[in-house]
Design a protein around this ligand. Sequence first.
Ligand code: PFF
Length: 467
Amino acid sequence: MANDKVSIHGVWASRWVFVLAATGSAVGLGNIWKFPYMTGVYGGGAFVVMYLLCIALVGVPIMLAETLIGRRGRQSPVNAMKSLAIEADSSRRWSLAALMGMVAALLILSFYSVVAGWSLDYILGMGRGDFAGISGDGAGAAFGKLTADPWRLTLWHSLFMLGTGLVIARGVVAGLERSLRIMMPLLFVLLLVLLGYSLTTGHFMQGFDFLFHFDPSKVQGGILAAMGHAFFTLSVGVGSIMVYGAYMPKKASIGATVLAVGLLDTLVALTAGLALFPIVFAAGLEPGGGPGLMFVTLPIAFGNIAFGQLMGLVFFVLVAVAAWSSSISMLEPAVAYFVERSGQSRVRVTAVLAFICWLIGMGTVLSFNVGAEAKFFVFGDDGFHLYQWGAEGGRNFFDSIDYLTSRILLPLGGLAFAVFAGWVLKREVVRDELAIGHPLLFGLVYWLVRVVAPIGVLIVFVAELTK
Ligand code: PFF
């Protein structure tokens, strides 16, 4: 059965534009900012190995499932799942998974925009030459000063959200291609320059060991964190890849495309890790230092190399662009859905949704300064509190949203998408969309989506609950 439906939101000019857009979504702060700091917090190699396993066995198969659901449905994730479920004589409630993903994506955008705002601030700092010859302590102090200032954070957060909204309002298909074709390769080149600097620090092997030395005793502690990050970094479990799949031309091969995106994303993360950790060790910084890791280490590198000011400036511009192409994909599922549902213009829908995300993002802005003591999900001696000021345990607002999305909503969403593609859609539909000629290869891919990915998610959940 052929499917020639076309999305009302546009179609990518070619399969390469899909690769570009999906890579633009996948490669972002998750690779350059979050991966290194999570690896630091969870102790290095064990985390990296689990993350790689999760990418290969869970993340990429789910990305494949999402792409094919999107392309088959040709609508926003919620409506794509609804109509495909009806077509397959199943419950239309499957679309609730896409609805949950949509909300998760908006929640992620709320804090993502704040962190992307930090890179905007660093563009200015680099341009002014603030970091020339800076030491580890100086870089730490500069970062502390930024996060302590709610006004400064609000300014950048607002600007970034505005930039995201502007592209979305014009339509993703029109806006994205031109900027990404140049920016993404350039980002990678600059990462290689940073890697070159790391090689000169004298601590390269220490960084390498930290990333790749597998210590089995550390596995249990970070297993859900690693899986959650695999979802986050590939943009899966929320419907972002699904909505981009809806704009994919029918002729493109989903399997090869998805594999390319997964590989590129992993390559960027590992390169960023290899570039950053030697600098961390050379400067005597703490690898488990948390979310500030990249913003403290990079100024040291750029502050101490030839042409560092210019390269640092360009680097932070590229980080902001990478973040921006990711944030666009977080907003798109919801915008596409509300445009379909309400018939309102993209501009109006975008304005409302971006404002809501901005408002929630203010919680993250404040969690780094005046609101740092507002703790959520507190398991104290006197029982559980949803919210408590100044509690010992618990998570601040930023940590709570991050935890809720990466470790709970994304894996649950991904699980539902894999089960939907593997068990609800008819085998012929999947075969038709994937168009994998070799029966054995198709069998393998189908098995990964139907069995391996869902069981992988469940095993990790059980391992986390019993740790
Ligand atoms: N994959 C993006 C990154 O690694 O920065 C983050 C992301 C994008 C998460 C889109 C979720 C999403 F829907």
